[in-house]
Ligand binder design. Structure first.
Ligand code: ADP
Length: 351
């Protein structure tokens, strides 16, 4: 097992710099998710760790050793891709044993490792099938099997679940996490899906345009987003973000509508801010700030109420079975300890 260090790493494609001096430490045995929208540089960073892309500047270290010039096959890593990259003409058993065969391991060790991986991944009944005879989830498991038989120092996953349907994605999410709990191999996992990141990671690293916006445990980035970008990116439905101005009695949204301030904050009187409150932290019907119902969406366990508050859209979630109709006036009361304020300029958190 090994840690991974990314030190001041930059990446240029031609004259264009797409990764701008990233510093990141991935502790031994950790499950770290690189999360961000398409094009933010997640895959490029992962591929530099793997050695599939060169590093323009800075250093990558695996287990304390600089690997910038080490060939991918000598980095002791295993990568799992979105498209599985299985050998179509080989049976599952041969797909899983191939790298061990190349490494000239004795047949008895290969058989033992493949049997072990097949058991862990529930692939025992499929060892003599070809990839085309498997479902998407089974193929993804074979790709993981191929990675784990090598007992690498680091697993690298590049959007491994993107090609699966929603239900299977949820199931495979759990399987990958269980596998990590069992093997404790240092893992770097790339996704643009914030729920995947929240449910699987020990640490989430949120990237935008080749910079790190924030890193922390899933609940840290959920509860204390450092800026507007993270606040908006993490959470579904996303945090309500309403523009307003700080007054003595609260944040004025317009049309005389005021939302109450949190007990402690760094905003100044008259400052233009974005008021952030998650839908689950708004109590419906309690005395609060008036809003007009636009749409109500029952999901079963809860109701999502979309309303107009001072000309801006706001969403509240409740588990109560309220009977509300369009244009009905309601009152929404934020939990004050859950209110976020962000500077309009630059988007930094002010709470
Ligand atoms: P992500 O994985 O977050 O979607 P990528 O790491 O694939 O993002 O890409 C980061 C940026 O680098 C994007 O702007 C992308 O267009 C650019 N890029 C990626 N690969 C290449 C390449 N081979 N040549 C030129 N630009 C590239």
């Amino acid at each position: 097992m090994s840690s991974v260090s990314v030190k001041n790493v930059r990446k240029n494609y031609g004259n264009l710099e797409v990764v701008h001096g990233i510093n990141l430490t991935i502790e031994d045995g950790a499950f770290v998710v690189l999360l961000g929208p398409s094009g933010c540089g997640k895959s490029t960073l992962l591929r530099m760790i793997a050695g599939l892309e060169t590093v323009t500047a800075g250093d990558i270290e695996i287990a304390g050793k600089r690997v910038n010039n080490v060939h991918p096959k000598d980095r002791n890593i295993a990568m799992v891709f979105q498209n599985y990259a299985l050998y179509a003409h080989m049976k599952v058993r041969d797909n899983m044993s191939f790298s061990l065969l190349l490494a000239k391991k004795p047949q008895s060790e290969i058989d033992e490792k493949v049997a072990w991986a097949a058991k862990i991944l529930n692939l025992e009944p499929y060892l003599d099938r070809y990839p085309r005879e498997l479902s998407g989830g089974q193929r993804q498991r074979v790709a993981m099997g191929r990675a784990i038989v090598r007992n690498p120092a680091v697993f690298l996953f590049d959007e491994p679940l993107s090609n699966l349907d929603a239900k299977l994605r949820v199931q495979m999410r759990t399987e990958i996490k269980e596998l990590h709990d069992r093997l404790k191999t240092t893992t770097v996992y790339v996704t643009h899906d914030q729920i995947e990141a929240m449910t699987m990671a020990d640490k989430i690293v949120i990237l935008r345009d080749g910079y790190i916006e924030q890193e922390g445990s899933p609940l840290e980035v959920y509860d204390k987003p450092a800026n507007l970008f993270v606040a908006e990116f993490i959470g579904s439905p996303s945090m309500n973000l309403l523009k307003g101005e700080v007054r003595a009695d609260g944040v004025l949204l317009g049309e005389g509508t005021v939302l109450p301030l949190p007990p402690v904050h760094k905003a100044k009187l008259g400052q233009k801010v974005v008021y952030g409150i998650r839908p689950e932290h708004l109590a419906v019907g309690v005395k609060g700030t008036p809003a007009k119902v636009v749409v109500v969406e029952p999901t079963g366990p809860e109701m999502h109420i979309y309303a107009d508050m001072g000309g801006q859209e706001i969403c509240a979630i409740t588990q109560d079975r309220l009977s509300l109709t369009r244009d009905q006036m309601i009152e929404l009361m934020p939990r004050l300890d859950k209110v976020h304020l962000f500077d309009v300029e630059g988007g930094k958190a002010l709470v």
